[in-house]
Write a protein that binds this ligand. Sequence first.
Ligand code: NCD
Ligand code: ZN
Length: 354
Amino acid sequence: MGNNMASSTISIQRPDDWHVHFRDGEMLTTVVPFTATRFARAIVMPNLDPPITTIRSAKAYRERILMALPKNSNFIPLMTCYLTDDADIDEIIEGYRTGVFSAVKFYPAGATTNSSYGVTELKNVFSAFERMQEVGMPLLVHGEVTDPEVDVFDREVVYIERVLKLIIDAFPELKIVMEHITTKDAVDFIRARSLEAPGRIGATITAHHLMINRTDIFRGGIRPHLYCLPIAKREGHRLALREAATSGQSPFFLGTDTAPHAKTIKESSCGCAGIFSAPTALEMYAQVFDEENALDKLEAFASINGPIFYGLDVNQSEIKLHRTARFCPETIETSNGEELHVFGGGKTLVWKVL
Ligand code: NCD
Ligand code: ZN
């Protein structure tokens, strides 16, 4: 990496985003370019309504994403399959073998946006895990239990205890990514397990979970645009996430979980979960690594650890980031006139992608 700590410009191999929501229709058309101009590839979440569960629907969705790319873009969307109780495992494996699916996404039923089709009981998908393990297909988990008795701030930790440990023990060769981790418990768990079996378990970390804690959601009033799932936790957890990301260690990699919802749906008596960060996340990661004096680790986190985990090549081209103040508008408008609130919008960003 061409980087000297005193300088205000750094270059890194072009990063990938290992967790994005592109939605569909006008929303997709509006949001895809923000990701495609920064990242070379992205793992695309399948939680449309109805979700992506077949090779045919994944191919058609991929085409719609490609149609929304800026001219001359080389961006590659990596498609995922939404796991359901009655998943067609032959279809999933065939999709992986033919390069249509890069991974399977496992949402517990009811965990988050459009997860009503998710898995109701773990045993229903054990045969799928077995086949995925055989072929090396990664399992991406939304790591929260949905038991209504469990406090919303404890759902990740309880998931590790009740679900993740069980899957790992039952399928010792299955590759697993715990998505958008939010706790020190998850950091410690992922780190320990990946030491035991390197390259087998990883975790994505969002920019917003590196920037905000749960108090920020209520600072001066309720802040619906800081509400996402898993919800941000206490400050100590945020600090543990910053330590993990900026360690540059191999199991931790970049996944923004950019999750656009119309402003009117976020600002409601029952606002939905999701933070739209595609226009600012990479800039925010740079800021975090800068604040932690770890700009030399940004490339590992953003551009190297992810492809190595997924068994893909690291991108060949480079991007440059420059430390310079830039005002970011609070909202952007979709092509059909809906407003989207941008994470970190309405303020000055410290870093800029050149
Ligand atoms: C995501 C969404 O809106 O699709 N929401 C979120 O809060 N992160 C779903 C998800 O990844 O949980
Ligand atoms: Zn997500």
